[in-house]
Each structure stands twice: as C-alpha cells, then as structure tokens.
Design a protein around this ligand. Structure first.
Ligand code: SAM
Ligand code: SF4
Length: 474
C-alpha cells in the first residue's frame, strides 16, 4: 500500500552528520574525486544534482574523467531496453579501472536499480558494483556510500550494499544540490506517476505520484532566482496532476501563476504535461503569466484511438487536437513538441496512417520518436507483436522523415524574424560559438562574446536547419 512518507528534518540532519564523518575518513589535503554519469530523463538529471550535492558535502571534488575518480555513480534509466543495454555495457567496461584501482567505489542507482531482476543480475554478474540503490533512496545516499566505503576497509562493515527500503512514497526536503553552473535549472515539483500507461515502466520504478508542497517549491524557486538562474523548468512526469495528492494545496496552474509572480528577470517552463489532464485553466495561466514561456511539450504517443486505448492514455486523437487548438488560441506564438511511439503491439498500417495524419494536422515544431520497447512487468508486455522489425523500422523512418520535414519548414519560416533570446552557452563550434533559446524554447546559434552568457538579447534569424536556428545579435 502506498503511503506518503515525509522524511523528518532530523533524518536529513543525520545524513549531514554522516557527510562530516566521511570527510574525516580522508587525510587532510588529500583530494578525492567523484563522477556522476546520468542516463535518461530530466528527473534523473535532477536526482544527479542531489547526488553531486551530497558528494560535495562529503568532501569530494567532481570530475568528468573516470580514470581519476574515487567514486563513480551511474544513475540509470529503464525506459527502453536499449538504455539498459548501454548501462550494462558501460558499467561492465569499468572492470579495467577497478582492477587497477580496487578501492574505486562503483555505485549503480536510478530506475534500473529499483528493479529486482536487474539487482540480481548486478549482484551475480557485475561484482565490480559495490553499491546499488533506487530513486527513493537518494535522500540517504551518504549513509549508503559510507557503508560502501566500508567494503574497502575505510570504516566498520564489510560486504556489497544493495539498499532496498520499502519507501516508495518518499518526499524529502532540504537536500543539498550541486547544479551545473549557468542559467538553466530544473525544479522538481513532484515525483512518481499514477498513470500506468500500458507500455511504461516509470510508475513501477519511481512509485506513486507525490507532490512537493507549494511553499517548498516557491522557496526553491526564490533561491534559484537569487542565485542568478534565468530559465527555470518545473519538472514532473505529469505536472498537470500536481497537488492532487495534497489536501489544501493549489493545483498546477495556480503554482505556475505563483512562481511566475516571483520578482526577478527569469523565464518559466514546465514538463511534462499529460494530455488527459491538460486544461483550459492551464492554457489560460500560460497565456496570462508574462514569465511563463510559450512552450508546450504534450506527448501524444499515437494518432490512433485504438492504440491510445490500448496504451491506457485516456484521450482520443480528436480530444488531443481540440486541446492543441485551445492551447494555440490561449498562448500566442506557442511552440508545441511531442513524443510518439511506433510499433506498439497490435499497431497496424492503418493505425500508423492515423499517426501520420495527426502529425500533419498539428504540425509539431519538433518531435521525439521512439520505437516501442517491451518492458517486462508492464501491462503491454503481455500483448503479442504483429508487425515485423522491418515494418516497424520502416514506420519509424517514415514518421521521422515527416517530422523532420515539418521542423525544417517551421524553422525556415522564422527567417528574418526577431526574437528575444537568452544566451545560455558558449561551447558552440565554428563561427557560431554561442547558444541561446527563444521564448518558445527553440535553439538559436549566435556569434558573440562568451562573456554574454546569461544575457537576454534580441536575435534576428538569418538561417535554419531541421534542429535549430542561426542568427545575429541585434
Ligand atoms: N511522463 C511523460 C509523459 O507521459 O509524456 C514522459 C515519460 S517517458 C520518460 C518519455 C517518453 O518515453 C514517453 O513519452 C514515451 O514516448 C517514451 N516511452 C516510455 N516508455 C516507452 C517504451 N516502453 N517504449 C518506447 N518508448 C517509451
Ligand atoms: Fe510513463 Fe505514462 Fe507516467 Fe508518462 S504518464 S511516466 S508515459 S506512465
């Protein structure tokens, strides 16, 4: 049974005390380094920021180089089989390092680490892994790492650590975070998912939906603005159901208005929205809040009602199209993106044609296209496949070609336009050394002084391709 489990401040303080203890394990002046390697979605990126925050508090310096790391944490994704294979391949390849440096601590966490069959596989076949824990235990990472360090004789216990607290309703506040510097920040407003789309593993590994309290989200947003972040994205698997699990808490449109009303020069975005819960109230808030950007990622997954039903998505193609219309009417200049799955069990060519028709009707600015991946334990895993690999690949190629053609055309239409953009990076290659984002979230390549990162400027668009725009600073 699911119960919300708010971690008491004293428990977090215990973790801080462990951080101080771990620091004392290392002789004064000795530098220890840690690497956190992240797979998958923004939620994982957000968890990795907490892991890095804890590691910093334990005295570790961050590194990007495996050879110089004393701790390597692999934060994994279970959404598709391909993602899992990559993790196994990359974790396996750490064996060479581990042989050379036996005191290296290798930790595997994230969504894969929550699955029992994966934990067993790691236990039996990946003996180089010292520590394995799921997403619900990020809040007590210091305690777990301290136990893993013990394996190498640094403190008390012996043995590999496979953590498994029955804690799927965890909500923990005031965790440390080490965010990548710069101008963009993720702000997780909730965790977990209740939707049980029939293909998806997320509800099984990340648990039931639980929202952070309004006041906690606002406090974190204020901190981000004060720290100079200028592009804040509110994160959740389905932000539209934010607050439903908390009596007396506001809903998502209210939260959007409240964050947007905070003083400061910043932009506000959110992801992801589930179409079954996206309301006119949300679109009105988007349209009316000056700081809320005209960007909507609204994953549709299929254009066939039959497939949508089998996916347990809770809407029809027609309802989706009505929402797009309502959103565009409420939010001028709205940039709309989506996720699409091809090859769901039972998908026929006719279903696929309906997907193409929906894409034509909406004219998405860009699209993430996935080939269905069977996830053991989900409802769809039991359904028989009827299309061959070749057929599915062919559908995927046709869909990608259509999506790319639309993106290319939409981008080309931006030529000559002027946009207010936020310069967010200076690592570009060639003449276009700067990257920036329009209000709608489109990527723009610019030329200019690297010191301008963090500035809002006006850019005139001079060129484009399928994925981005090119422009000049006015
Ligand atoms: N919660 C979000 C939503 O409902 O749109 C996104 C969750 S998931 C991390 C991101 C995308 O992965 C989904 O929108 C879906 O298109 C895709 N996905 C999830 N499970 C999949 C599977 N078993 N096979 C292929 N793609 C999948
Ligand atoms: Fe997965 Fe559906 Fe939840 Fe998104 S809404 S995380 S696709 S179950």
């Amino acid at each position: 049974m699911y119960t919300r489990q708010e971690i008491a401040p004293e428990k977090i303080e215990e973790q801080r005390e462990i951080c101080r203890r771990v620091r004392r394990l290392f002789p004064e002046g000795e530098v220890h380094r840690a690497l956190v390697d992240t797979y998958g979605c923004q939620q994982n990126e957000s968890d990795s920021e907490i892991l890095r925050g804890w590691l910093r508090d334990m005295g570790y310096a961050m590194t990007e180089r495996e050879e110089e790391a004393d701790v390597i944490v692999v934060n994994t994704c279970a959404i598709r089989e391909h993602a899992e294979m990559r993790v196994f391949g990359n974790v396996g390849s750490l064996i060479h390092l581990k042989r050379r440096k036996p005191e290296l601590v290798v930790a595997v966490c994230g969504c894969m680490a929550q699955k029992e069959e994966i934990r067993q596989r790691i236990k039996n076949s990946y003996r180089l892994v010292d520590l394995c824990f799921g997403p619900h235990e990020v809040w007590r990472f210091p305690e777990l790492l301290e136990q893993a360090l013990a394996v190498h004789g640094k403190s008390g216990n012996q043995g590999r650590v496979f953590a498994a607290l029955p804690c799927e309703g965890v909500v923990a506040e005031d965790l440390p975070r080490l965010r990548a510097g710069g101008v963009k920040a993720w702000l997780a407003i909730m965790n977990g998912c209740n939707n049980y789309c029939s293909y998806c593993i997320v509800p099984y590994v990340r648990g039931r939906e639980r929202s952070r309290r309004f006041a906690d989200v606002l406090r974190e947003a204020e901190g981000l603005i004060a720290a100079g972040y200028k592009d804040i994205t509110l994160l959740g698997q389905n932000v539209n159901s934010y607050g439903r699990d908390l009596a007396g808490n506001g809903d998502f449109p209210e939260l959007l208005r409240a964050v947007s009303a905070l003083p400061g020069d910043f932009r506000l975005r959110f992801m992801t929205s589930h179409p079954k819960d996206a309301t006119e109230k949300l679109f009105a808030a988007m349209g009316e809040c000056e700081k809320c950007m005209p960007q909507l990622h609204l994953p549709v997954q299929s254009g066939s009602d039959r497939v949508l039903k089998a996916m347990n998505r809770g809407y029809t193609a027609e309802k989706y199209l009505q929402q797009i219309e309502a959103a565009r009417a409420a939010v001028p200049g709205l940039v709309i993106t989506t996720d699409m799955i091809v090859g769901f069990p039972g998908e026929t060519e006719e279903d696929f044609q309906q997907t193409l028709a929906l894409v034509e009707a909406v004219q998405f600015d860009s699209m993430f296209t996935f080939i269905y991946s069977r996830r053991p334990g989900t409802a769809a895993a039991k359904l028989p496949d009827n299309a061959s690999r070749e057929e599915i690949q062919d559908r995927f190629d046709r869909l990608t070609a259509l999506a790319n053609a639309i993106s290319e055309r939409r981008h080309a239409e931006c030529a000559g336009e002027e946009y207010r953009v936020l310069i967010d990076g200076a690592e570009g290659t060639g003449a276009y050394n700067l990257t920036a984002r329009t209000e709608g979230g489109r990527l723009v390549h610019l030329k200019g002084d690297a010191g301008r990162v963090g500035e809002f400027v006006t850019a005139r668009i001079t060129g484009s391709n399928t994925y981005s725009l090119f422009g000049e600073i006015e």
